[in-house]
Design a protein around this ligand. Structure first.
Ligand code: ZN
Length: 142
């Protein structure tokens, strides 16, 4: 019975680490911003830009503000997608967003640390906090 608790703690640590040390977070000039996405119910906001070369995501940068889970999710999203071919990144996005909505099982092999965010599914108001940055990435890669 101890395992689920230990896992929860591990997941919290991963999320907290991304919140405190967001990856790929940077200040963006207005003309760099490709996509702006917000989650008004919580006040989360993300501005994002992506650089794709030869079908591969070379760079994905964003600035964001909002709650801890939205910030952590943005960081984990960027971490998960940078370096991936666009088609693969889109598959990761689709699967992750669908799993947050309860429509698909999360592909754990592909998701890696993202499983840590799945716990937010239990809190319906948090789902948009988690998925906001993913929708932004999806639009930037279209
Ligand atoms: Zn939020």
């Amino acid at each position: 019975m101890t395992e689920p608790i230990a896992l929860d703690e591990l997941y919290q640590e991963i999320i907290l680490d991304h919140f405190k040390h967001p990856r790929h977070f940077t200040k963006l000039a207005d003309d760099e911003v490709m996509i702006e996405e917000e989650n008004p119910t919580c006040g989360d906001l993300i501005r994002l830009t992506a650089r794709v070369e030869g079908g591969v995501i070379k760079e994905l940068k964003y600035e964001a503000k909002g709650c801890a889970i939205s910030m952590a999710s943005a960081s984990m999203m960027a971490d998960a997608l940078v370096g991936k071919p666009v088609a693969e990144a889109k598959a990761v996005i689709d699967n992750f967003v669908a799993s947050m909505k309860g429509e698909q099982e999360l592909d754990v092999d592909r998701a890696g640390d993202l499983v840590a965010l799945e716990g937010a599914k239990r809190y319906p108001l948090r789902i948009k906090c988690v998925t906001m940055s993913w929708h932004a990435a999806e639009k930037a890669l279209t």
